[in-house]
Ligand binder design. Structure first.
Ligand code: ACO
Length: 428
C-alpha cells in the first residue's frame, strides 16, 4: 500500500486551482486527508462507491490492520480476548472503554439477568409470525418494538442510556431464543437468574419440558468465544447503518433494528448461513466436486461467489477466521462430532488458497467460513447463525452509536451524488 507518512497536508490541483487539504493520523499511524472543505473551495465532491476510501469518523473502539491481519478492541488483541474473557466482559469493554473488574463484572451480569425477561405483551407478537419466519426478521422487528415497551424519556441521560444498553444486550438474546422456539412450535423457555449470559441462551434454546437440558461447558465456552469474535468490526456495513440511522437522532432501539437488517444480507453477516447451504449443495448436488464450484466462482458471467471468502478490509487471513477454524476443530473433537462438511470446507479452503484467481485478489476465508460448522456441531440450526452474529455484534453497534453521539464533528449522515439523469425537460 502506497503511503506518504507524516505529511502534514496534501495539495490538490483541479484545473488551475490548487488547494491545501489537512492531513492527520490515528494512534496506529493510519493517515487521512481531511476533505471537509473540498466542495466549498472547489465545487467538486469525491466519488467513492462502497466507501472503500472514505473515513466517516475518528474512533477509539476498534483497530484493524487488514494487510497484517490484526484486530484489536480498545487496544486488546482479539486472540487474547477470545482466549481469556467472557462475552459480557468484552461487551463491557466495548461500551465502557475498559475491561470490568470483578465487582463491575458481577454487577453487569446481575443487571443483564434482571432485564432478561420480555414484557408479557411482547410474547403475543410471536403468536402472529408464521412458523417459517426467518428469525432475523423477528429479531429486527422486536428490536424496534422494544422502543415502544421501554421508552426512555431522556435519550441523552446516562442512566437512560445504560438502561437501553442493558435491555438490548439482554433482551435481544431472549428474543432470539424465543424466535427459535416459535419456529419449531415449542413452548418458550424463560431466562434464569442462576445462569450466566451464554448459559442462559443455550438453556432457552434447548431446554424442553420433557428434556432437562444439561449445559455442556464446551458449548458454553465456544459460544462465549464466537460472540467475542463478532463483537465489533469498526465501520462495517451494519455498524454504518446503525450510525446513519442514529445520526438522524433516531433512538438506539431503532438504530440497532436497522443494523440487524443490514447484517442479514448474504454479503455481510448472512454469509454464515449461506456457507453451510453452499457446502451442503456441493456435497449433495455436486457430489463433493470442489473444482466445479471454484470455476463457477471465477466465472465473471456467473453471479455466484464463494460464501465465507473475501473481505473488504482483510487482504490477508482474517484473524477471526483463524481463531474460528481452530475452535471448530477443538469443539468438534471434544463433542465427538464427525461432520463431512468440515472435511469439505477444509478442502475448499485449500483449493482457494492454491488458486491464482483468489491469490491475486487477496481472497481468504473470512469469519463466516468456519463459524457455522461450530454452531452446527452445537446443535444450533442454520437459520439461527446470523442471529448469533447479531447477538455478538450488539455491543459493538452500541459502542459505535454512543461514540457517534459524543463526536464533536458529528452531523447527520448524508452522502452526495453525481446526477446523471436527464436535464430539465419541458412538461407537455
Ligand atoms: N468469490 C469469488 N470472487 C470474489 C469473492 C468471492 N467470495 N469475493 C471477491 N471476489 C472477487 C470479485 O469478483 C472481484 O474480482 P475482480 O477484481 O476481477 O472484479 C475482486 O474479488 C474484489 O471483490 P470486490 O467485490 O470488489 O470486493 P468487496 O470488498 O467489494 O466485497 C465481499 C467484499 C462482499 C465480502 C466479497 O468478498 C464477497 O462477496 N464475499 C462473499 C460473501 C461473504 O463471505 N461475506 C461475508 C464477509 S465478512 C462479514 O461481513 C462479516
Amino acid at each position: 500500500m502506497a503511503t506518504a507518512k507524516k505529511a502534514t497536508s496534501a495539495k490538490l490541483k483541479i484545473g488551475t486551482k490548487t488547494i491545501d487539504l489537512p492531513v492527520f493520523y490515528g494512534s496506529e499511524n493510519e493517515g487521512a486527508i481531511d476533505i471537509q472543505s473540498l466542495r466549498k473551495e472547489t465545487g467538486f465532491i469525491t466519488y467513492d462507491p462502497g466507501f472503500g476510501n472514505t473515513g466517516c469518523c475518528k474512533s477509539d473502539i476498534t483497530f484493524i490492520d487488514g494487510e497484517k491481519g490484526i484486530l484489536h478492541y480498545r487496544g486488546y488483541d482479539i486472540n487474547d480476548l477470545a482466549e481469556h474473557c467472557e462475552f459480557i466482559d468484552v461487551a463491557y469493554l466495548l461500551v465502557h472503554g475498559k475491561l470490568p473488574n470483578e465487582k463491575q463484572h458481577l454487577s453487569f451480569s446481575k443487571h443483564l439477568n434482571h432485564h432478561s425477561m420480555l414484557h408479557e405483551d411482547m410474547h403475543h407478537f410471536f403468536d402472529n409470525y408464521p412458523d417459517h419466519a426467518h428469525p432475523m426478521a423477528t429479531l429486527s422487528a422486536m428490536a424496534v418494538s422494544l422502543s415502544s415497551f421501554y421508552p426512555e424519556l431522556e435519550q441523552t441521560k446516562k442512566e437512560s442510556i445504560d438502561m437501553m444498553v442493558t435491555r438490548l444486550i439482554s433482551k435481544l438474546r431472549t428474543i432470539a431464543a424465543f424466535s427459535y422456539k416459535k419456529s419449531i412450535g415449542h413452548p418458550m423457555v424463560q431466562p434464569r437468574h442462576d445462569l450466566k449470559y451464554c448459559e442462559n441462551f443455550l438453556n432457552m434454546m434447548f431446554w424442553t419440558p420433557v428434556n432437562d437440558y444439561k449445559l455442556d461447558p464446551v458449548c458454553v465456552k465456544a459460544l462465549n468465544k464466537l460472540l467475542i469474535l463478532h463483537a465489533d468490526h469498526e465501520q462495517n456495513c451494519s455498524a454504518s447503518v446503525v450510525k446513519m440511522v442514529g445520526s438522524a437522532e433516531a433512538n438506539l432501539y431503532a438504530s440497532i433494528s436497522a443494523g440487524i437488517c443490514a447484517l442479514w444480507g448474504p454479503l455481510h453477516g448472512g454469509a454464515n448461513q449461506h456457507v453451510i447451504e453452499m457446502l451442503e449443495t456441493i456435497l449433495k448436488r455436486d457430489k463433493g466436486n470442489i473444482k466445479k464450484v471454484i470455476e463457477r466462482a471465477k466465472d465473471k458471467n456467473d453471479p455466484f461467489r464463494l460464501m465465507g471468502v473475501g473481505h473488504r478490509v482483510y487482504k490477508s487471513y482474517d484473524p477471526r477466521a483463524k481463531v474460528a477454524k481452530q475452535m471448530c476443530k477443538d469443539v468438534l473433537a471434544k463433542l465427538g462430532v464427525n461432520d463431512p462438511l468440515v472435511d469439505l470446507a477444509q478442502k475448499l479452503e485449500e483449493a482457494v488458497l492454491a488458486d491464482d484467481y483468489f491469490q491475486s485478489r487477496n481472497l481468504y476465508p473470512n469469519i463466516d467460513f468456519y463459524t457455522g460448522l461450530t454452531y452446527r456441531a452445537m446443535g444450533i440450526p442454520t437459520n439461527m447463525f446470523t442471529v448469533l452474529f447479531a447477538i455478538g455484534r450488539i455491543p459493538g453497534w452500541i459502542a459505535q452509536w454512543l461514540e457517534m453521539k459524543e463526536d464533536p464533528d458529528g452531523r447527520i449522515g448524508r452522502p452526495r451524488q453525481i446526477y446523471t439523469g436527464p436535464t430539465l425537460r419541458s412538461f407537455e
